[in-house]
Ligand binder design. Structure first.
Ligand SMILES: [Zn+2]
Length: 164
């Protein structure tokens, strides 16, 4: 396959870990997926199977996360509900400017609000193993990365790891 960015060379395929920042989160690694590399411009062309299932899998891990949600994770979960910022404000009965502050990190979402938000996502996405006593109980003062792995033919339960 020709490089889709520069078109000057054939990409070479490898199985490797891929930093999936296109999902809007900077802490998600897809483990062992097929990635093309262009020898001319060095761009990466990941082959990401079952995109919708992958996004559900990430949402699932975020809902159950023990650390508080980061602003980018709040955005990811809000979008996973199919909500605009306006929808989010309407559902939480708050001002839209409040939503922006949470999503760009200018204000922290209160813990009770965060738990309610997680509960909404868990209910909408039919996440049945959500335990609210474990969720959000740690401050997000450590950087944790989510490793997501394909098992046979589905995205397996992902794993949080602290940055080394
Ligand atoms: Zn290229």
């Amino acid at each position: 396959m020709k490089c889709p960015i520069c078109g000057r060379a054939e990409v070479t395929w490898n199985v490797r870990n891929y930093h999936y920042d296109a999902c809007g989160l900077d802490n998600v690694i897809l483990v062992g997926i097929t990635v093309g590399t262009c020898p001319e411009c060095n761009c990466l062309v990941p082959k990401i199977p079952q995109m919708e299932a992958l996004h559900d899998c990430i949402a699932h891990a975020l809902v159950k996360k023990e650390e508080r949600l980061t602003p980018a994770e709040i955005v990811f979960l809000r979008k996973s509900l199919g909500w605009s910022g306006t929808d989010f404000a309407a559902n939480m009965q708050c001002d839209k400017s409040q939503i922006s502050k949470w999503e760009n990190g200018k204000a922290n979402m209160g813990k009770q609000t965060e738990l309610l938000f997680r509960e909404i996502v868990a209910g909408r996405k039919k996440i049945t193993d959500y335990k609210r006593v474990d969720a959000a109980r740690k401050e997000a003062n450590k950087v944790v990365t989510l490793f997501v792995r394909m098992a046979d033919n589905y995205w397996a339960e992902p794993e949080w790891r602290e940055a080394a």
